[in-house]
Ligand binder design. Structure first.
Ligand SMILES: *Cc1c(COP(=O)(O)O)cnc(C)c1O
Length: 365
């Protein structure tokens, strides 16, 4: 995994991974994984509560709590499991789960499974959220939002969302899958900015599979939240712990993510280079200043055709289509990573210029 990926023996420039910091293929992370696999084996052997929780898992939970500025953190086998388990531990029949319309599938699935009354508010529309909160009756209320939205690169207004949520005695759960490692000082994410406390964003979700380049998920928050999840989050209780070696590799990548600032600087300069070049080509860009740079093409056929034409030119950018995104908004979800170079971005722009016409982003393969 890196800037290049081999498909059927042919190297392609990879512009569709979530490996934002370029750590998934980092030698030091791989070496930490290999060394820990020799010491601890390939599998954790059991769930955390039985005998799968090693001191390496404990160290990683403590490091993640420290990183996010929260009292405690709890590991899950994936971000998906963290979301489903957390929403279901915190809400049930008679409660309310309010979600941004463009939230990730794992959040929507968690809400549906909970049996709580389920409402989706307009994307990043705090006014609409407030109406939904006002209309909700008695019962616990959980407001759930992506931090950086996975298919659009837009960002939650944490201050406004949190203010409305607290005004209505609700809790805010923020999924920072795409912002941890990438946004904020040292990559600590959106909710760890100095102006926010744990009370502002009481439930913080992260994945290890994106900027940290490994595998797994976690929840960070108060001691009471984490103890509640240990007792009630079924995807935590009834699932094998991530391999100890993966936890060890993540301790290494977490440290690299914090200390190697050049990775975030590189990413910012690649984002600026891409956006400037694309707008020169007349390509309609989304309002995103994150590594997620979608190029909307509309119907599924256009997105598939553009993806195929880019592959012919040596680039891998899979077409994203319904039901992952709403009908009529099929797109190329371009992602930039710290492993890319300026030349890679220029190659991408060249190919896009040939494949996407400026006239409403139509594929002209
Ligand atoms: C990828 C993603 C997840 C799931 O994380 P995994 O660790 O891959 O299961 C959850 N939320 C969002 C917003 C994501 O993009």
């Amino acid at each position: 995994m890196g800037r290049e990926i081999i498909v059927d023996g042919r190297p392609l420039l990879n512009f569709c991974s979530n490996d934002y910091l370029g750590l998934a293929g980092d030698e030091r992370v791989g070496a930490a994984l290999a060394a820990a696999a020799r010491d601890w084996g390939a599998g954790a052997g059991a769930s955390h509560l039985v005998c799968g929780h090693t001191r390496i898992h404990q160290q990683l939970e403590e490091a993640l709590a420290e990183f996010t500025g929260r009292p405690k953190a709890l590991l899950f086998s994936s971000g998906y499991a963290a979301n489903v388990g957390t929403i279901n531990a915190l809400t049930g029949r008679g409660d309310f789960v309010l979600q941004d319309k463009l939230n990730h599938a794992s959040l929507l699935d968690g809400g549906l499974l909970s049996g709580a009354r389920f409402k989706r508010y307009r994307h990043r529309d705090v006014g609409d959220l407030e109406s939904c909160l006002s209309a909700a009756g008695n019962g616990r209320k959980l407001v759930v939002s992506d931090g950086t939205f996975s298919m659009d690169g837009t960002v939650c207004d944490v201050a406004a969302t949190s203010a409305v949520t607290q005004r209505h005695d609700a809790w805010l759960m923020l999924d920072e899958a795409h912002s941890l490692g990438v946004s904020g000082p040292d990559g600590r994410g959106l909710a760890s900015a100095p102006e926010f406390t744990t009370a502002d964003v009481p439930v913080l979700i992260g994945t290890l599979g994106k900027a940290f380049g490994t595998q797994g998920g976690f929840v960070a928050g108060s001691e009471e939240l984490i103890e509640t999840l240990i007792q009630h989050a079924r995807t935590y209780i009834y699932s094998t712990a991530i391999p100890t070696a993966i936890a060890a590799a993540t301790l290494t990548s977490l440290e690299l993510a914090q200390n190697e600032h050049w990775r975030r600087d590189r990413l910012q300069s690649l984002i600026a280079r891409f956006r400037a070049g694309a707008s020169q080509l007349g390509i309609d860009l989304a309002d995103s200043h994150t590594p997620i740079q979608p190029v909307l093409l509309g119907d599924e056929q256009s997105a598939l055709a553009a993806s195929a034409a880019l592959e012919d030119r040596g680039l891998l950018i899979t077409a994203i289509r319904p039901p992952t995104v709403p009908a009529g908004t099929s797109r190329l979800r371009i992602t930039l990573t710290a492993a890319h170079t300026d030349d890679d971005v220029d190659t991408l722009l060249d190919a896009l210029g040939q494949v996407v016409t400026s006239d409403g982003n139509r594929a002209s393969a």
